[in-house]
Design a protein around this ligand. Structure first.
Ligand SMILES: NC(=O)c1ccc[n+]([C@@H]2O[C@H](COP(=O)([O-])OP(=O)(O)OC[C@H]3O[C@@H](n4cnc5c(N)ncnc54)[C@H](OP(=O)(O)O)[C@@H]3O)[C@@H](O)[C@H]2O)c1
Length: 399
């Protein structure tokens, strides 16, 4: 640590995104406890320039070198902020010596290498970047064992499970009397929509989540329920739980985020308003509790809580994620790569919403032999899936 009056330096990866904004909101409420050491993003120069003026990190990094150059110009009048770029810059932010805590808030597999680097350096790592766990969860968990890094989930469901578990992180879940983990799903904007109309879904409709305000990629994943599929994989990897002991329950109000069932018949649920500042504050301060600026849950006002089984027919991505989880790391890496390609094309206007699943299905059908469990091999495998999905797009895209 430096001689700063503030005890905990935090590096926020993906600082200009939705998780970044929620994290920085919580940090700003507690200047006596947290200070920003490093910030990272891709190419949002305006957003990053504003954050730099407000939080004065020692290091700021943009994945896109042109954006980094533009940011350097914009911060010309400020001293003490170094601007770096490229993949190495993201690693630099993730391993910055002034940061004890790293928030992994980059979207997609682009966040994997920085997340793993933070874990290998032994940081306290708050993981929102579920794609990193989907592509290389076993590597991340093994690296934490070796380095002693503390991993804390901030995906709301996984943070909910974490809060309902009895013991400290690191203890084998099988030894704690836990029988099942249950993730809730809102069902997204198309939970009740006539399946015959799904071909006409617009980007705006898919991004309009009924309960959560999030980035565009995760919003589309929530609409297809691939998000819940990715979270199922994330839960198995993070908590070391077999797939058959993790359930998904549709709960449209998003007030219960997760439940843990114990062998004595107890079920513990974690509840709260759908606001990411709660899981972020929980993980930042754990084992303490800090104010997150979140409205308190009012059950009388909420009135009712509904539950239903997920509909795998309406949401084929859920079945694809389950199949990939059964097939192993190579398949989950490929699932992620194909999904990122298909969702990006949908957001770009080139693919119908109801064909996202078809692109992923094509890719998984062509899966080559499983890769080795190394970072290089898993990334190469994910890249193969991206090329395969791009091929499949030629069949499905409509322009
Ligand atoms: N939002 C939520 O409520 C929520 C909840 C649970 C989990 N998560 C997970 O958290 C992650 C972030 O989600 P989000 O909703 O915050 O996404 P978002 O709003 O789209 O923000 C993404 C962030 O990642 C940065 N980024 C994108 N590509 C990058 C690259 N190649 N290298 C470095 N940085 C890059 C973006 O920078 P630019 O702005 O410069 O493009 C931005 O700062 C995802 O994995 C998501 O599944 C999100």
């Amino acid at each position: 640590m430096t001689g700063s009056p503030y005890p905990t330096g935090v590096a926020v990866l993906g600082a200009t995104g939705s998780i970044g904004a929620s994290t920085l909101d919580v940090i700003a409420r507690h200047p006596e406890q947290y200070r920003v050491s490093a910030l990272s993003a891709n190419r949002d120069v305006d957003g990053m320039a504003a954050l730099c003026r407000r939080f004065r990190p020692a290091l700021v990094t943009m994945a896109d070198p042109q954006a980094a150059a533009a940011l350097r110009d914009r911060l010309d009048d400020l001293t003490g902020i170094r601007v770096s770029d490229g993949p190495a810059g993201q690693i630099e932010a993730a391993t910055h010596s002034d940061a004890d805590t790293v928030v992994a808030g980059i979207v997609g597999a682009a966040g994997l290498a920085p997340c793993l680097a933070a874990v290998e350096t032994g940081k306290r790592v708050l993981i929102a970047n579920k794609e990193a766990l989907v592509v290389a969860g076993s590597l991340i968990m093994a690296a934490a064992q070796t380095s002693g890094a503390m991993l804390l989930p901030i995906d709301s469901e996984h943070n909910g499970i974490f809060q309902c578990l009895p013991d400290r992180p690191g203890q084998a879940i099988a030894l704690t009397g836990v029988e099942r983990l249950i993730l809730t799903a809102s069902g997204g904007p198309f939970r009740d929509r006539d399946p015959a109309t799904l071909a006409a879904v617009t980007v705006e409709e898919a991004c309009a989540h009924p309960n959560w305000s999030m980035g565009r990629k995760i919003s589309v994943d929530s609409a297809t329920m691939m998000n819940k599929g990715l979270e199922l994989i994330e839960a198995c990897r993070f908590f070391g739980m077999p797939a058959e002991q993790v359930d998904i329950v549709v709960h449209p109000q998003s007030l219960i985020h997760a439940l843990v069932q114990y062998r004595d018949g107890t079920t513990l649920a974690q509840m709260g308003n759908p606001d990411m500042r709660t899981p972020i504050a929980n993980a930042l301060a754990w084992p303490e509790r800090i104010d997150a600026g979140v409205n308190r849950l009012d059950l009388v006002r909420a009135g009712r809580l509904d539950f239903a089984a997920p509909d795998d027919q309406r949401f084929p991505c859920l079945g694809l994620a389950r199949a990939a989880l059964d097939a192993g790391s190579g398949a989950t890496a490929a699932l992620n790569g194909a999904n990122e390609v298909a969702v990006a094309e949908f957001l770009d206007g080139g693919l119908r919403y109801d064909r996202i699943a078809a692109v992923i299905e094509d890719t998984l059908a062509a899966l080559p032999a499983a890769p080795d469990e190394t970072l290089e091999a898993l990334i190469a495998h994910e890249q193969w899936a991206r090329r395969q999905a791009a091929d499949s797009l030629r069949r499905w895209r409509h322009r």
